[in-house]
Design a binder for this molecule. Structure first.
Ligand code: ZN
Length: 341
């Protein structure tokens, strides 16, 4: 009852990269950097296990950013000439690489960290990849001239890597699609089709994470502009429920998402966000169990996974550790409450 997992990212130790940044600079290079990435991965595997999580991730220690980590292995992308672009419907500006020719994978992207993760835990492992729509929204296209064509090109590459990750022993492959909460009409016309293309042929568990973003100021301001009730999910969950994707990761705690929208995901596993990534306040086990209790009104318990609202990358490391423990303890308390009837 109630698996526990993180959405994906965790804070990088200060000896690996700049802290509390979305696009941090690495602190080492060459072989030393490769070793430091794996050392940090091992540290977080152990921390997740010690906290008591049942699904373990690599914490995205080996990628600078959740989208650009994948792009670094894609031919046809110019990383040397980044341009400033408004992303997520101009919510914030970012320096993004440019697509300058036909896209092709140079080789494996995440083989080292996926195999390392598999070798160092016996628990279920989840691996995250950016979703096609979110990638399209985080690069400047100078070649394809069409968001759908570009998304499908990325989806093919993601699919190659996802199939290889499955062969590496990954149990759950999750595509991160924060852009789904921004371009709801496009999600229905091509976003989910591109996502399914990325997941084509996978026999492991497939998942999608849809959130309102990291706890950075631009996102906090954006959330303030969304009004009393956030109903973005209402426009996309019905189509996701009909899709082949098996798990959906959603924000719940402290968000203005009406919890009854989770009922739109009938038949799917729902990763319910019970940890707020935009607050420095550590949730108590009681709060976490209460959020799980609220979600249980709309999600059957065999389909509920307790999760964080989003990644923890820009967070203070000690704080993130406390939040992992709160997540596991809260899920344990919710299990006890269920058992008590
Ligand atoms: Zn997220």
């Amino acid at each position: 009852m109630f698996d526990t997992a993180i959405a994906g990212s965790l804070p990088k130790p200060e000896w690996l990269a700049e802290t509390q940044k979305l696009w941090p600079q690495w602190k080492a290079e060459g072989a030393a950097l490769q070793q430091a990435k794996l050392d940090a991965t091992l540290l977080w595997i152990k921390a997740q296990e010690d906290a008591g999580l049942s699904i373990i991730g690599d914490g995205e220690m080996s990628r600078q950013h959740f989208v650009h980590g994948f792009l670094e292995q894609v031919e046809g992308i110019d990383f040397d000439h980044k341009v400033e672009m408004g992303i997520r419907a101009d919510r914030y500006k970012a320096m993004v690489p440019q697509v300058v020719s036909a896209l092709k994978l140079r080789g494996r992207v995440h083989d080292k960290e996926a195999r390392f993760l598999r070798a160092h835990t016996d628990r279920k492992i989840k691996f995250t990849l950016p979703g096609p729509m979110t990638i399209v929204d985080t690069v400047a296209d100078r070649f394809y001239g069409d968001r759908v064509k570009l998304a499908m090109a990325f989806a093919e590459l993601l699919n190659q890597e996802a199939l290889a990750l499955q062969a590496d022993g990954v149990d759950i492959i999750q595509f991160d699609e924060p852009a789904f909460n921004v371009y709801m009409d496009e999600v229905n016309t091509w976003g989910i089709a591109a996502l399914e293309r990325a997941a084509q042929g996978l026999t492991c568990t497939t998942a999608v994470h849809i959130c309102y973003g990291y706890g950075i100021q631009a996102n906090i301001d954006w959330k303030r502009s969304l009004g009393e009730e956030w109903r973005q999910y209402e426009k996309i969950l019905p189509a996701l429920a009909r899709s082949s994707i098996q798990q959906v990761s959603l924000e719940c705690v402290h968000s203005h998402v009406p919890p009854q929208l989770m009922a739109l995901l009938k038949g799917k596993d729902v990763m319910v966000g019970v940890i707020d990534v935009a607050s420095d306040q550590v949730e108590t086990p009681e709060e976490v169990a209460d959020t799980i209790g609220l979600a249980l009104q709309y999600v059957p318990r065999e389909h509920l996974i307790a999760c964080t609202n989003c990644g923890l990358a820009p967070m203070n490391r000690e704080l993130a550790l406390k939040k992992l423990k709160a997540l596991a303890r809260g899920a344990e308390l919710a299990r006890q409450r269920q058992a008590a009837g």
